[in-house]
Design a protein around this ligand. Structure first.
Ligand code: NAG
Length: 597
């Protein structure tokens, strides 16, 4: 999808045009690369093969990228190509493909050919010297296969800089598919002011036995992703889950049985004795435990949002496993946006239903907050980082057209779908069926030990869930910030399930302790205790930044910490919701078994 906003003149037309394009391309997102000839990856002899120039940037910093032609490279003589392709996901990721101008034809080898010449003016000279000094690499694409090459070379002994001027492409083909591309840089030329430099290329077609389905295998790094540590950590977390689930169910059934026994014995005693305060524990707060939490609007918006995030994460991970999405540029992001928009009713249904059960009246306000919470957060972060990026001229800067498209999706897809969900949720899911009545007057919360205070419980609650995911976080961070393609989505699915179970178990224990201390503010406590996992993830990202990356400078720091904060917050809402949902089942269960007089 290419957003050609120049063709729309007036604002309504722009909005209409874009929304239509976005909708259509979303619907046909997956049909697209079946039908379009560029995307079936099949070529006939002498058919045009497009070499795309993508980005150039320092090797140590995958996220700092500039367009290829921001360096004074010159394009080849060929001016036009027959098709252009860009998805929304690519645009958001800063992929900016530009045609190289180099003609390549399928199975037609080409001898060394000069394609352009530049004269090193002062400005161009400085630009190249800077790029060589900073270890700049560039990235190209042929038939969706990424190719990396180095800009130049440096001779430290006499402080001279060289640039590679010849690109030799060895392209492997299997039947009518391109299955392998190697780029060799040759012909090193010294950079000198005023010198004329000619660039050349060469194409060699080699029959290859690599299967088309396996052509991405050489980019994957099994020795990294399937390292013993990775398997070990999964196994470890899995044992932890078994242990934790066993522990929780044992403690709870035994303690609860004891509690019930004590309460029923109490009933046999006379009222006099009971009034003297022989009763204690969670039963005491039966008249308050279903009291709506403070800030019900925000709370139900967050829970609705968290339910949607859970569904989206699960769906995207499953799609990624089934569809091997990593082989397509930006397709994970495109899929995420599509699934997010499509699952908006989930958000409305659970958020709206919860809000109705809490007796909330301003449901439209709740719906808007719920629908726009995450989009607003994402856009806000992207906007701030964009400002910094524009200042640094990085190609990360998201073009205006993409922003308009995202706004349109929010207004014309997400909002109406959330509305549908909210109306359904309020009507079908909005009746209270609490086992206990809510007292008119809130019970005072008694003094308790410091470690039973909600803030302490919240902070402690995140430790175990974080422990079960932090090794996976290392792999995810590394594939995002360094040159590794994440492809082990099966691991990710396992870790996601483990995280959910651990979070739910831990928050149930937290809520039990809290209620036993006769503190009925369990809703926010369970949400935040689950969500505090994300706080630990954010702290871990500091460690990762300082010890595992070589990033520096304002742009990289802002980019890194901005997106990490966004990621952590999303994770926090997800874990918080899991915690709250798990503990509300628990609370309902224990109070429905107790006889209230
Ligand atoms: C590319 O390089 C790899 C490793 O050196 C080699 O195995 C493969 O055959 C090369 N492919 C082509 C098309 O030359």
């Amino acid at each position: 999808m290419k957003l050609k906003i120049l063709y729309c003149y007036r604002l309504p037309a722009i909005l209409g045009c874009l929304t239509l394009r976005v909708l259509i391309s979303m619907i046909f997102l997956h049909l697209n690369h079946v039908n379009a000839d560029e995307h079936n990856h099949k070529y006939e002899k002498n058919e045009e093969v497009v070499l795309w120039m993508n980005t150039v940037g320092p090797y140590h910093n995958r996220q700092e990228t500039y367009t290829y032609f921001s360096l004074p490279f010159c394009p080849g003589p060929k001016k036009s190509i027959s098709h252009y392709h860009e998805t929304l996901g690519e645009a958001l990721l800063g992929v900016e493909l530009e045609f190289s101008g180099l003609g390549i034809e399928f199975k037609a080898s080409m001898p060394k050919t000069q394609y352009c010449e530049i004269e090193l003016t002062e400005e161009k000279f400085q630009a190249f010297v800077y790029a060589v000094k900073n270890n700049y690499w560039y990235q190209l694409y042929i038939d969706d296969l990424p190719i990396w090459g180095i800009v130049g070379d440096m001779d430290k002994s006499d402080n001279s800089y060289y640039i590679w001027t010849h690109k030799k492409f060895d392209i492997g083909y299997n039947d009518d598919h391109i299955v392998d591309v190697n780029l060799t840089s040759e012909a090193k030329v010294k950079l000198e002011l005023g010198k004329k430099i000619t660039f050349s290329y060469e194409v060699v077609w080699i029959p290859s036995s690599v299967k088309f389905e396996d052509r991405f295998d050489k980019y994957l790094d099994p020795s990294f992703f399937q390292h013993r540590i990775h398997w070990f950590s999964i196994f470890n977390s899995f044992m932890m889950v078994i242990f934790l689930v066993g522990l929780v169910s044992m403690i709870l059934t035994r303690t609860l049985r004891k509690d019930y026994a004590r309460y029923s014995k109490d009933e046999e005693r006379d009222d006099m004795e009971r009034d003297l305060g022989s009763e204690y524990g969670w039963k005491q707060v039966h008249g308050d435990v279903f009291r709506p939490p403070s800030q019900p609007l925000l709370f139900s918006a967050l829970v609705g949002c968290g339910c949607q995030i859970a569904v989206v994460s699960l769906a995207v991970i499953v799609f990624a496993i089934v569809g091997e999405l990593y082989t397509e540029r930006g397709s994970i992001l495109s899929t995420t946006i599509f699934v997010y928009a499509a699952t908006s009713p989930v958000n409305g249904y659970f958020g709206g239903g919860l809000f109705a059960r809490m007796g909330g009246k301003k449901w439209i306000k709740q719906m808007v907050v719920s629908a726009f919470f995450l989009p607003f957060l994402v856009c806000g972060t992207a906007f701030v980082i964009n400002l910094v990026a524009i200042y640094y001229h990085a190609s990360r800067a998201i073009p205006f057209g993409t922003m308009v498209a995202v706004t349109c999706i929010c207004l014309f897809v997400i909002l109406p779908l959330t509305l549908v969900g909210t109306v359904l949720g309020r009507n079908m899911f909005g009746q209270t069926n609490y086992p206990c009545r809510i007292n008119a007057v809130p019970r005072p919360i008694p003094e308790k030990k410091w470690f039973m205070e909600p803030p302490i419980i919240i902070v402690l609650g995140g430790i175990l869930p974080f422990g079960s995911i932090f090794i996976e976080m290392y792999f995810i961070f590394t594939s995002f910030w360094a040159y590794k393609i994440y492809y082990v989505f099966g691991f990710m699915l396992l870790v996601f399930l483990i995280l959910s179970i651990v979070t739910i178990c831990v928050t149930i224990v937290c809520v039990y302790f809290l209620l036993n201390a006769e503190d009925y503010r369990w809703q926010w406590t369970s949400f935040l205790a689950g969500g505090s996992t994300a706080g630990y993830v954010y702290i871990y990202s500091f460690y990762y930044f300082f010890f595992k990356t070589k990033m520096f400078g304002l742009f990289q720091t802002a980019f890194y910490f901005g997106y990490m904060a966004l990621f952590s917050l999303t994770l926090g809402v997800l874990c918080g919701t899991l915690g709250f949902v798990g503990s509300s089942f628990f609370v309902k269960k224990i109070y429905s078994n107790v006889k209230i007089d």
